[in-house]
Design a protein around this ligand. Sequence first.
Ligand SMILES: NC(=O)c1ccc[n+]([C@@H]2O[C@H](COP(=O)([O-])OP(=O)(O)OC[C@H]3O[C@@H](n4cnc5c(N)ncnc54)[C@H](OP(=O)(O)O)[C@@H]3O)[C@@H](O)[C@H]2O)c1
Length: 322
Amino acid sequence: MVESQSYQYVKLVDGNYQIVTEELPQPGAGEVLIRIAYSTINPFDKAVFSYLKTPRIGSDGSGTIEAVGDGVSAELVGKKVAFLGDAWGQYKLANAHSLIILDDNQDLTKAANACVNPLTALAQLHLAKKHGATAVIITAATSQLAKQFSRLSQQEGIEVINIVRRDDAVEQLKNENGAKYALNQTSETFLADLAALNKELKPTFLIDYISGDIVGKIFATMPQKSHILVVGNQTGSTLNLNSGDILFNDKTISGFMLHRFLISIPAEERQKILQRVSDDLRDGGKIFGSTIVKEIPLANYLEGLNEQTQVATDGKILINCQ
Ligand SMILES: NC(=O)c1ccc[n+]([C@@H]2O[C@H](COP(=O)([O-])OP(=O)(O)OC[C@H]3O[C@@H](n4cnc5c(N)ncnc54)[C@H](OP(=O)(O)O)[C@@H]3O)[C@@H](O)[C@H]2O)c1
């Protein structure tokens, strides 16, 4: 039983988000009450803020379990966790099986971005392997998610061709993220360079975060039976594909949403994925650790949302939720 207490969170009220104070809820059957320590700001939060308008906002967070409902082991009380959703607030309720249970010594600032991107990176790997890809092309390769996917793929022996939009980003990925292949999409020789690389590596899986004409041109350089996984749309433009390339070369396309993926896989596989992230963070976050560029209080979430795009190449903005 949770003692009567009020808490603050960011809530959708009449179509706009604002910080409200409400009575702390009791965890129901199968639920836990989490005292949220930190959250981060992801591109998905901008989409929620602008048009998805879910009742609560904040895609990723870390905290400590303070109470459990019926049917949940009391041993979970005091455990550090990372979780998806409803993170911009001081407390939240969650299903006990949806959490990443962290090591007791885990620094919660380093686990505040442990779900959205790490779980998506692992899902992308799962889908690329299922497609039979031995090499993958990825756009917006300076994004935190692409960097995690690239590190993961190096560990799994899958080659990654990183596509960026600046020369300095090519060097940065090679020097700081161990990238073997990185190309600047704004270079005059980009498509010819990519076609030459494709002959050698035969990438059959394209992970796209940017959309637009350039993605269709990249796809057209890829072998028959290649697949595009649409994961994001950083440019806000229409995806322009050559229908002949799809018809005659047997190419395919699908959209990815993390929550859909997580419910599509068996519970044991989901647990393995959650555990893999927890283990990596415990060991220092070599794959899934993300760089924090600054910390802001919950009250300044709007300022953080506006600043997110400017700092995205370097890392994440951390929200201190207490
Ligand atoms: N569908 C899902 O379930 C799911 C889950 C997780 C993430 N995502 C998506 O995955 C993407 C990456 O997420 P993240 O958190 O890693 O993002 P992030 O760290 O904020 O990085 C965003 C990246 O987008 C690049 N970018 C922005 N505008 C661009 C443009 N006009 N052309 C080319 N590149 C551009 C930036 O590159 P520069 O360095 O060149 O500025 C930056 O590296 C986002 O689109 C996000 O919405 C989707």
